[in-house]
Design a protein around this ligand. Structure first.
Ligand SMILES: Nc1ncnc2c1ncn2[C@@H]1O[C@H](COP(=O)(O)OP(=O)(O)OP(=O)(O)O)[C@@H](O)[C@H]1O
Ligand SMILES: [Mg+2]
Length: 222
């Protein structure tokens, strides 16, 4: 038996430190990790910053431990200014969508993360690293940037993440820097969030105003 030290408990998973270099992420509902582990390995092999996967079996994913704060924590603490934080998000999208599509995936698709927000980026010693690949799949890059913009807008509308008034500035800075068109597939992003069982009814109630904020912000910049 290992003596688990809980590092983080998200909506779906518990993350335990196994030792100084590795963590165990375990889905509480027993969901299978092999699909997301395959995507993590695919992007890692092509140079995208993601924790190294050591073992993926059933609900358990053993991976490299990232030694640093989340992007959200760094921005909230004032250790990283907001345009720099937004640029990190935009750059991660750009790098992910520049990778070659996986064999057999549809036309115009790339690997997309679909939950690339400041709590799923950790600032490790080797730079920003993207975690939490549960929603990743082959799809259109514009859906991915639309999803990030929507989640950032949800933070503004719902006053989440401990960023207060700074949240609006993060959204604007991201819309200004994001590759592609964050508005083109926004309706699909909203539908995905609406179907997400980990969002509360109250959070879903804020989706429409969040989408309006993204559209207004994007139009205002053009
Ligand atoms: N590879 C890692 N190294 C170090 N800490 C990690 C790692 N992966 C996850 N964590 C910690 O566990 C937390 C939750 O991880 P993750 O986002 O993967 O789980 P989740 O259940 O999907 O969370 P949420 O529902 O909040 O998105 C992270 O915020 C981080 O603190
Ligand atoms: Mg997460």
């Amino acid at each position: 038996m290992f003596d688990p030290v809980l590092l983080g408990a998200g909506r779906d998973a518990d993350v335990f430190a196994l030792d100084e270099g590795r963590v165990l992420r375990r889905y509480r509902n027993g969901a299978d990790v092999t699909g997301e582990a395959a995507i993590m390995r695919y992007v890692a092999d092509r140079g995208f910053p993601v924790p190294r996967v050591d073992r993926a079996e059933g609900a358990d994913l053993v991976m490299e431990r990232i030694d640093g704060p989340t992007l959200r924590a760094a921005m909230a603490a004032g250790d990283l200014d907001l345009p720099a934080g937004a640029e990190i998000l935009a750059d991660l999208h750009r790098r992910l969508h520049d990778l070659p599509a996986r064999p057999g995936s549809g036309l115009r698709t790339r690997v997309v993360h679909l939950d690339l927000h400041p709590e799923n980026v950790m600032l490790g010693s080797r730079g920003p690293v993207v975690i939490d690949w549960r929603n990743a799949r082959d799809d259109q890059p514009d859906l991915d940037v639309g999803m990030t913009a929507l989640i950032l807008a949800e933070v503004v509308v719902g006053d989440m993440f401990g960023l207060g008034a700074l949240a609006d500035a993060v959204l604007t800075a991201f819309l200004d820097r994001a590759p592609g068109d964050p508005v083109r597939l926004l309706t699909s992003a909203v539908a995905m969030r609406r179907g997400n069982p980990t969002l509360s009814a109250e959070e879903k109630g804020r989706l429409a105003s969040a989408a309006t904020l993204v559209r207004a912000g994007y139009t205002g910049l053009r």
